[in-house]
Design a protein around this ligand. Structure first.
Ligand SMILES: O=C(O)CCC(=O)C(=O)O
Length: 314
């Protein structure tokens, strides 16, 4: 009986539950990750779809003839993960992942989006492009990639941001799940995550961050601040972590010889769910959980109008 009672106790009360980790630090790392064999098989399949090098990119003349800054990410009908449900079961049906998502988001939680993210290595970025984008805060390269390859999101680093950035007027009722499908070291553009940064709630990008000996001092522009520690998400094939939509994270340009391929999922609270883990997390925040305007780094076309980058100084 005692064992049964322990087994059915709410996971949120366990010291290592995802909800507890989200409340305390804004993220949760899955201690056992997901099946590395299945991850490697998927990687092989994805790698075979294209040459993951400078051939991904438009020429400068092609780009300048008709610059397109929006609508360049994967979307329904143009997503490399479409039709790969069986190949993705090692993530989507993994027991620990399903249990964590259910605890945080409720039975019937919803998949909002899933895609491959590629950290493009410096050697694959054409010189003309590097000259234009160095030190931009958001180097999503979709605008510069040939249209047929826009079924993946390509980054050459992105400054510390909240995933709420893409969802103005939406509450932080969703989480991001990230899975590495090959080993990721310090040199493979790992995610840099700022522990405890979620506590200030939603703030506008670019964020007010000052590097210091303990990590980063993060201010919300309204008198609130939190001292954060910088955590590098590095790990082997099958490494999996998830974070709150207000948790700051970013990447530096990929310093390795090879691209970094990862799976990125957004999962939302089940419709009508009440009193689930994410509600407890959001109730613990000191700031808002939604913003009418999430960023001020872009001009009217969607091009960068700010040249500044914190994560590159990390
Ligand atoms: O994988 C990357 O390089 C950055 C991804 C990221 O921060 C995001 O998708 O929100």
């Amino acid at each position: 009986m005692a064992a049964a009672a322990r087994k059915t106790a709410p996971a949120a009360q366990s010291a290592t539950s995802p909800t507890r980790d989200f409340i305390d630090h804004g993220y949760h790392v899955f201690p056992n990750g997901v099946d590395p064999g299945a991850a490697t098989r998927l990687l092989t399949r994805l790698k075979a779809t294209r040459d993951w090098d400078s051939r991904l990119f438009l020429t400068e003349a092609e780009f300048d003839a008709d610059p397109q800054y929006v609508g360049v990410n994967p979307k329904p009908g143009r997503n490399l993960l479409e039709g790969l449900d069986d190949d993705l079961a090692f993530v989507e049906r993994d027991g620990a992942i399903v249990s964590a998502l259910t605890e945080l988001l409720g039975e019937g939680y919803e998949l909002m989006n899933r895609k491959v993210v590629c950290g493009v290595p410096a050697k694959s970025v054409p010189a003309w492009l590097k000259a234009r984008i160095t030190d931009n805060p958001v180097n999503n390269l979709g605008a510069y990639v040939k249209p047929q390859y826009r079924d993946v999101t390509y980054f050459y680093g992105i400054d510390f941001h909240q995933d709420l950035i893409d969802f103005k007027d939406r509450e932080a009722d969703f989480i991001t799940l990230y899975v590495y499908i090959h080993p990721v070291t310090r040199h493979d553009a790992p995610l840099f995550l700022l522990e405890d940064s979620h506590r200030l709630g939603a703030t506008v990008f670019p964020h007010d961050l000052e590097k210091n000996a303990e990590g980063w001092l993060y201010r919300d522009g309204k008198g609130g601040w939190v001292q954060t520690a910088q955590k590098l998400l590095v790990g082997d094939t099958g490494y999996a972590a998830m974070w709150h939509a207000c948790t700051l994270h970013g990447t530096q340009p990929d310093a390795a010889d090879n691209e970094r391929l990862s799976l990125r999922y957004l999962y939302a609270k089940a419709p009508g769910a009440r009193g689930v883990g994410i509600d407890a997390v959001n109730a613990s925040l000191k700031g808002p959980i939604a913003l009418a305007s999430t960023r001020q780094d872009l001009d009217a076309r969607g091009a960068a109008r700010v040249k500044a980058n914190s994560v590159n100084k990390a």
